[in-house]
Design a protein around this ligand. Structure first.
Ligand code: PLP
Length: 496
């Protein structure tokens, strides 16, 4: 029996004190005294509707209060007992129930709103399911997680080892060691033609941390933040965390999964604090052309206080000479532009937690102070590895892109043969975003079935935003053989 401890929250209220109920040692749940009757009803309905006493996970409740109560609970192990205990408690008959009053830790309300990245949950579930599939002589094929399946190039690893041997064990400046910031500035000049001062470069513990910092800096109740939908889920999660209003910028298949400059502009107003852009894009593989970006930038002249954060983490990952346009190439917004980039994707360094960002003068002190307060500095040996990555040979990057290109063609070709599926050719990154609406299936349901029944991990489009319904994301950061086998299994599933 699994011991579960969950807080049950109803509606938007935040309980201050909870009654913890234990049934034998099997299940624990906690709820405010005032809400007890309601919880009883819910558990009763769960009992009636779903529970058949069969196995399952004791997922009692979703933590996010904005979800309707109706979504609470399913396959509740021992729910029958739990319902009885709850009802007994409600009626004042405390039989077989050990009850304690415990203080409930109070956090800021942002934690009721913060989301997460489902790719990590899928990765964990894929690992959990592996023994089950192995017992059937199968493997789990992961087209879910967005990380290159290549190792970090050897010379980069060696640079980190050398840094450790050379005694780089201590703190560095909070914004990163100067030679690394200089290397980033030089690379920026090489890739965009734009000169930036190393003084405006901040080394971050991963690409994500730049969006965390930028959104934290600009978001608060009353402010609006525009972000791509479908897009990287952490944008919206962090916007909601700050209490700002998330304003989705549609990323449409009919536009080749580029955002429209005009449409984006129509969403900007005087309350807009931050506009988040991402090209090449996750999850769609779309690349926004210069003309669309130019339209947006021109219109932003009327909104001089809106900051722009351009997530360019896939900057070198485009195919067939499709141009990546950096927002840095628009001098008129440079004094309010944050550029997010990093090592994770280009040099296959997701686990190193290394990113960089370029900040406008007006915001640099804020990010420096945030670094001092939160992480002090990025770990020293990784920073030396970062120099080797930028300044060393780029053959491994080229080879990786050649492999991604082959896989991209394979995944698109195969996905287009699936019944009810059409798949646009991605122009960048390493994701395909096939349209599955012709299957008549809900995307998340389909993704879940593919994992549970076929051992193929994918991510349902709605995990990237409301406009993601009707799509699933396939990460082709996996071998051609695995991609082929995964697509065979998806075909079997859809045809069966
Ligand atoms: N931005 C985008 C668009 C991404 O897809 C990702 C990772 O998937 C990140 C940022 C975060 O990168 P990192 O792993 O370096 O935090």
């Amino acid at each position: 029996m699994k011991l579960v401890s969950e807080r049950i929250r109803i509606g938007k209220e935040r309980p201050t004190e909870v009654t913890q109920v234990m049934v034998g040692c099997a299940l624990t749940f906690a709820v405010t005294a005032e809400r007890f009757p309601q919880v009883c009803r819910i558990i009763g309905s769960v009992e009636g509707a779903n529970v058949n006493g069969a196995s399952g996970h004791a997922a009692i409740v979703r933590r996010r209060t904005r979800r309707p109560v109706g979504e609470i609970g399913c396959q509740l192990k021992g729910a029958s007992q739990l319902a009885q205990a709850a009802i007994a408690r409600h009626e004042g008959r405390i039989a077989n129930v050990e009850r304690q009053v415990v203080p409930m830790i109070k956090t800021i309300a942002g934690f009721d709103r913060i989301g997460e990245e489902n790719a990590f949950a899928v990765l964990a579930r894929a690992a959990e399911l592996t023994p089950h599939f192995e017992a059937k002589g199968m493997d789990v094929i992961n087209l879910g997680i967005g990380q290159p399946d290549f190792p970090t190039p050897e010379h980069i690893v060696e640079a980190a080892v050398k840094a450790l041997r050379d005694g780089h064990h201590g703190y560095t400046p909070a914004t990163g060691i100067l030679p690394l910031r200089e290397a980033v500035a030089q690379r920026t000049l090489d890739t965009t033609g734009v000169e930036v001062s190393p003084e405006r470069v901040c080394i971050m513990p991963g690409g994500k941390v730049t969006m965390f910092a930028a959104i934290l800096m600009m978001g608060e109740p009353g402010a609006e933040i525009c972000y791509p939908d479908p897009g990287f889920p952490i944008y919206r999660s962090m916007i909601e965390f700050t209490g700002a209003t998330p304003v989705p910028i549609p990323v449409r298949e009919e536009n080749g999964f580029a955002f429209s400059g005009e449409e984006a502009l129509s969403l900007v107003n005087d309350k807009t604090r931050l506009i988040i852009l991402n090209s090449p894009a996750n999850p769609t593989g779309g690349v926004t052309p210069r003309a669309e970006i130019a339209k947006l930038v021109a219109g932003l002249e009327a909104f001089p206080n809106a900051v722009i954060m351009s997530d360019e983490i896939y900057d070198v990952m485009t195919y067939n000479d499709v141009e990546h346009v950096s927002l840095l190439q628009f001098p008129e917004i440079r004094d309010r532009l944050i550029v997010l980039n990093g090592w994770s994707k280009t040099w296959a360094m997701t686990g190193w937690r290394m990113g960089w960002s370029i900040w406008p003068d007006a915001l640099f002190e804020n990010v420096r102070k945030l670094a001092v307060n939160a992480w002090s500095c990025v770990n020293a040996p990784s920073q030396y590895a970062g120099i080797a990555a930028i300044e060393g040979p780029q053959d491994a990057v080229t080879d990786m892109m050649t492999a991604f290109d082959r896989r991209r063609k394979l995944v698109v070709e195969r996905a287009n043969t699936l019944p009810g599926v059409s798949c646009a050719t991605p122009k960048g990154a390493f994701y395909a975003f096939p349209n599955i609406s012709g299957t008549g299936r809900k995307a998340k349901e389909l993704a879940s079935e593919l994992l549970e029944q076929q051992g193929v991990a994918t991510i349902g489009g709605p995990d990237f935003g409301i406009l993601g319904e009707g799509y699933i994301r396939l990460s082709y950061a996996n071998s051609e053989d695995n991609i082929s086998r995964a697509l065979d299994r998806i075909a079997t599933h859809l045809e069966g």
